[in-house]
Design a protein around this ligand. Structure first.
Ligand SMILES: CC(C)=CC(=O)SCCNC(=O)CCNC(=O)[C@H](O)C(C)(C)COP(=O)(O)OP(=O)(O)OC[C@H]1O[C@@H](n2cnc3c(N)ncnc32)[C@H](O)[C@@H]1OP(=O)(O)O
Length: 257
């Protein structure tokens, strides 16, 4: 498969997608959306892949939705075509996706990173929701996901002032899981993804599903949901193998069954 706006590679059991519109700071146009969704779905369906990393360039993960493409869109088209809805497909992929963010992650770029399961940031990363400066507002999930990540006060601050936060602030407020030196970013993200990909795929997928459920339901329902998934893992060979390997002091050989 050849792509115009992204580079798609595999590294062992990890699928790596690199946004590749350097001249436009990886601005997210409809082509990037179509290709990224196709690539992520491809990795989602590939039994040889256990986790996915999405990254950008040193200067920009993505500087937002493509303003030049968006500027002439009419309300009726935005509304009837449900502009941006296509990105939601990413969140339906059941394997873990890590965003590896260096440089700018603004507007749709920040929102794309937040659609992933967690964010590893370079010390150069800068996050922001500057849509307000363009006379609009977040439209790819920023007002909802950022609020869940960082709480109301900081989300209001970011969305209403359009200011950027650096990597240290993003780590402090829980937007990113860790910050690494810029030169190590992709290797660190690939290492994390490779670790996940070594585990039993069904237990990885159920873990992702359970954590995500915490955002959508009550604590009591979420706890019940977690326990049922946990019980179901005892039906797998991998549970027997994982626990036997611990008792026998050896590495487990998971078969994803
Ligand atoms: C509306 C919704 C729902 C979502 C959105 O995401 S709106 C977009 C939000 N993002 C922004 O507002 C950021 C826009 N970009 C910038 O403010 C700056 O580019 C910067 C601060 C990120 C970097 O500034 P710098 O001076 O280093 O670089 P530029 O010369 O400004 O940019 C280089 C090159 O990239 C083009 N570019 C940058 N961002 C976008 C974008 N979001 N859409 C389209 N094109 C973008 C920029 O125009 C320039 O290209 P040209 O040299 O051809 O003009």
């Amino acid at each position: 498969m050849t792509y115009e706006t992204i580079i798609v590679e595999t590294r062992g059991k990890v699928g790596l997608i690199t946004l590749n519109r350097p001249k436009a700071l990886n601005a997210l146009n409809t082509e990037v959306m179509r290709e990224a969704v196709e690539a992520v779905n491809g990795f989602g369906a590939d039994p040889g892949i256990g986790a996915i990393v999405i990254t950008g360039s040193e200067k920009a993960f993505a500087a937002g939705a493509d303003i030049k493409q968006m500027q002439s869109i009419a309300f009726v088209d935005a509304y009837t075509q449900d502009f941006f809805v296509g990105w939601e497909e990413l969140t339906r992929v059941r394997k873990p996706i890590i965003a590896a963010v260096a440089g700018y992650a603004l507007g749709g770029g920040c929102e794309l990173a937040m659609m992933c399961d967690f964010i590893i940031a370079a010390d150069t990363a800068r996050f922001g929701q500057p849509e307000i400066t363009l006379g609009v507002m977040p439209g790819m999930g920023g007002s909802q996901r950022l609020t869940r990540f960082v709480g109301k006060s900081k989300a209001m601050d970011m969305c209403l002032t359009g200011r950027m936060m650096d990597a240290a602030e993003a780590e402090r407020c829980g937007l990113v899981s860790r910050v690494v030196p810029a030169g190590d970013l992709v290797e660190e993200a690939l290492k994390a993804a490779a670790k996940i990909a070594e585990f039993s795929l069904p237990s990885v997928m159920m873990t992702k599903e359970a954590v995500n459920r915490a955002y959508e339901t009550t604590l009591a329902e979420g706890l019940r949901f977690e326990r049922r998934l946990f019980h179901s893992l005892f039906a797998l060979d991998d549970q027997k193998e994982g626990m036997a390997a611990f008792a026998e002091k050896r590495k487990p050989n998971f078969t994803n069954r």
